[in-house]
Design a protein around this ligand. Sequence first.
Ligand code: 5AD
Length: 381
Amino acid sequence: MTHDEIILQLRQQSAERLEQLWRQADQCRRQSVGDAVHLRGLVELSNHCSRRCSYCGISTHNADLTRYRMNADEVLQCARDAVRLGYGTVVLQAGEDPSLTTPWVSALIRRIKDETPLAVTLSLGERSDDELASVREAGADRYLLRFETSNRALFDRIHPPKAGQSSSDRVAILKRMRELGYEVGSGVMIGLPGQTWDDLARDLELFGELDLDMIGVGPWLPHPQTPLARQAAELMAPTEQQVPNTELMTYKVVALARLLCPRANIPSTTALATLNQQGGRELGLQRGANIVMPNLTPLKYRQLYEIYPAKSCLAEEPDVFDAALKARIQLIGRTVGAGRGDSPNISGRRSSGGHADSRKDEEMYRADTLLDAVQDQKERG
Ligand code: 5AD
C-alpha cells in the first residue's frame, strides 16, 4: 500500500468501500493470527508520574489527583487472578514513576515468574538501556511503549522532555528493546489536535518499518484537567487536514494496521470501548483486532488511573467482566485463546533458539489455522 493509498483509505467515506476494508482486515486477521482472542490481564500498579504529557490525565499537571502505588503483594494477587481466569499474560502498567526502581520491578517480575506461568508485559514508560536490560534479565517478555505520533514536532509539543534533558526518541528505545529480545509493542493516539492525514499515514507506515509484534491504537480522548484539552481549538490543523478522534477513524486504523502488519497482536482497546460501550470492543475484534486486555486493577485504585475521562469498565469486578467478555467473544464466532499468546510475528523471527513455550504456541497456532481452513472448506461444501 502506498502512502497515498493509505490516506485514501483513512479518508474513505463510502459505506460499501468501508465494508470491503473491514472484510479484508478480518480475513487477514483470520489467516495470519487465527480465531483465538488472547486475553491479557492489565494491572495499573501506580499512577505516580514524573512527566508533563499534555494529553494525559495522570501527568504532573493534574495536581488534584490522589496518587497511589500498589505493593508487590497486591500486584501478585492480581497476577493470581489472571491465572485463575485463564489469562496467559499480565501487563504491568504505570506512569513514569521513579519509585518503581529497577531492583523493585525486577524482584516483582521474578516473583511472578516463580509463582505463575504468566508472560509478563511491561508498560512503564521510557526507561534507560540499562534498566531495560535488567528487567529483561529478570524475566520480562514484552514491552509496550507507544510512540504516540510519528510527527516529531507534534510529539515534542505534547510530550515535553524532562527538565534538563533533550526530547525523547521513542523509536530508538523501541529498537533497543528489540535488540534485547523483547516482543515489542507500540502505537499511537488518533485525532490528536494538529495531527494530519499525512501524519497518521506515516504512523501506519512506521508500524510496518518497526516490524512491531504488538500494535495498540485508540482515539485521543480529551481530559478536562489537561493542557491539551484546554488548548485543542487553537492547535487543530486546518479542517481538511485534521484527523478526527472518532470511533470510525479508530476502526480504519485498526484495519489498516492489520493489513500492513498481518502477524502483529492488535488489541481492541479500552479507549475504543469507551467511545462505544455497547459494541466497540466486538467491532474492533471484527475489523482486525485479536487481543483484549481486561482490567485487573483493584477497584479502589481503578478510578484514580484516569488517563482519560469516563474510561470504560471503571467499576467492573474482574470476574463479572470476564464472564461477559468470554460470552461475547463466542457470540461473534471466535474462541478464547489458551496459553501465553506470544506474537506469531516474533515466533517466526526466532525460528531457531526460541524457548519451548513459544515453539509450543507456534505449533498450536498452526493447528488452529489448519482447523480454520478445514472448517472453511466444510462450510463451502
Ligand atoms: N486519550 C487517549 N489515550 C490516552 N493515553 C494517554 N492519555 C490519553 C488520552 N487523553 C494513551 C497514550 C499512552 C497510553 C498508555 O494511553 O497513548 O501511551
